[in-house]
Design a protein around this ligand. Structure first.
Ligand code: GAP
Length: 459
């Protein structure tokens, strides 16, 4: 039986499931989705670089989120700075509470999360392959100490305690402190929300499982301000909306679940919370959290800043601090979930094909254009199609090798449509369009290709 290790852990599953992750990490590097940061210097733990295909996939995920969350009349967008006044992090509780328990091994000097020793390995070369828990049992570990996860720096030229700043560990606080600025400028009335996406930084003790827990990552957060008595209704609304978003972009329904927090798991600011979890090869893990944060955040910022953050309800002629329903997704973690979910291995005519079945909206490249042969005017027609499509879509031109091989290369990149200019094109100005997942082919008039792709991308 798998063993459940608590909210920030996973169900440990069989080894063969981890082989899938190894294959995906290797494909991600080979095809230019993700590279290790500073690889030529041996890498920087917990940091990753997005390559040419990865950056497109990540942008597409963020764009879809941005469109869903802000192209509606009751949500506004902002982009707050990463560095904020240090008092923000005192008010939010991060200076005091944003900690993980940590232990050091007195022998190999490695540092571990005290609550995550089950699957940690000893750092000593002499004990290669040894479980860290064994070292603990032998008394090699220090007592657990609390370790703050915020990255600290100094603002300006003087490095003293008055100049301390933190890299934001979440984007949410930039929204809370701008609540009245946005409300006044946009003339929104409650209920309404503010959305933001951007980088967040956490000095995680244990980074692991590829992009799942990293030190630099991106969040997609939205805070929805409601009347205190309406909080439960809006919590349910946003929980359902957010789950539906992952499904609408093709994520396998069976690999998604809602995991409510029990009373002992609730964060200090939350009245109710639920995680949207995805079943990764290493087990279930959170990709997004929905929290009913009550009036905790605005009250704290009122207290620490001395400024009123009360909302005036003109209709009811009353002032109050709104409750907040938060939706907080990791863009990088969603990227990993979409990548894993899209990965399929299939047998086609006795050959193995690895294919990334991304929703066309997320696919890094929307179409590839091939001349069947490099003669008879086919390259010229194919290049013209490429130039026309490039005005609106990210496309790729390939004239190298047999068409079957070109299909395989695009399958592995997740390109949903391959367009081939062939002999019939010379006669009737149509091309073959091959769809990635079904591998079915149809003929489309060259002049209608843009419209054809657009149609596929909006549905
Ligand atoms: N404002 C609430 C908040 O930040 P969280 O559960 O700590 O809540 C929200 O983070 C989301 O951010 C998570 O569901 C996850 O997708 C992502 N996330 C958090 N820490 C991460 C890390 N170290 N690496 C990658 N993604 C992370």
């Amino acid at each position: 039986m798998p063993k459940f290790l608590g909210k920030r852990n996973f169900i440990i599953t069989q080894k063969n499931k981890n082989d899938v992750l190894d294959k995906i990490v290797s494909l991600a590097k080979r095809r230019g989705f993700v590279f290790q940061s500073s690889e030529i210097y041996g890498g920087l733990n917990g940091c990753w670089d997005y390559g040419p295909l990865g950056v497109e996939l990540l942008k597409n995920i963020k764009n879809e989120w941005w469109k869903t969350m802000t192209y509606r009349e009751d949500v506004e967008g902002i982009d707050a700075s990463i560095l904020m006044h240090p008092r923000v992090w005192e008010a939010s509780g991060h200076v005091e509470n944003f900690t993980d328990p940590m232990v050091d091994c007195k022998e190999c000097k490695a540092r571990f999360r005290a609550d995550q020793l089950e699957d940690a390995m000893c750092g000593s070369k002499a004990y290669k392959g040894r479980k860290a828990i064994k070292c603990k049992e032998e008394g090699k570990f220090t007592e657990a100490r609390q370790f703050n996860l915020m990255f600290k720096s100094f603002i300006g030229p003087v490095e003293d305690s008055g100049a301390v700043v933190y890299l934001r560990p979440e984007t949410a606080q930039g929204i809370f402190v701008n609540f009245l600025n946005v409300q006044g400028a946009s003339r929104q009335k409650i209920p309404f929300g503010i959305a933001q996406l951007g980088k967040a930084f956490r000095n995680e003790i244990n980074t692991k499982n590829f992009l799942f827990r990293t030190r630099e990552f991106e969040q997609m957060e939205m805070q929805f301000f409601v009347k205190p008595k309406d909080d439960e209704k809006w919590f349910e609304y946003w929980r359902d909306e957010r789950l539906e978003w992952f499904k609408s972009l093709g994520m396998n329904t069976e690999k998604l679940r809602l995991q409510p927090h029990g009373e002992t798991e609730l964060a200090h600011y939350a009245k109710e919370a639920v995680d949207i979890e995805y079943e990764f090869p290493f087990g279930w893990g959170e990709i997004e959290g929905i929290h009913n944060r009550t009036d905790f955040d605005l009250k704290k910022h009122e207290e620490f800043s001395g400024k009123s953050l009360k909302y005036f309800d003109e209709a009811a002629k009353e002032k109050f601090i709104p409750f907040i329903i938060e939706t907080s997704a990791g863009a990088s973690r969603s990227f990993m979930a979409f990548l894993i979910d899209a990965y399929n291995e299939e047998e086609v005519k006795g050959e193995k094909r690895a294919v990334l079945k991304f929703h066309p909206k997320l696919a890094p490249v929307k179409a590839a254009i091939f001349p069947l042969v490099n003669k008879d005017g086919m390259p010229e027609i194919a290049r013209k199609i490429e130039t026309d499509l490039r005005k609106n879509f990210r496309v790729f031109y390939d004239d190298k090798g047999a068409v079957g091989r070109r299909y395989r290369r695009q399958d592995e990149a997740g390109t949903p449509f391959c367009i081939t200019v062939d002999t019939q094109t010379l006669e009737d100005k149509t091309v073959t369009v091959r769809e990635r997942d079904s591998m079915e082919q149809e003929r489309v008039v060259v002049d209608k290709l843009s419209f054809y792709l657009l149609n596929k991308l909006i549905t």
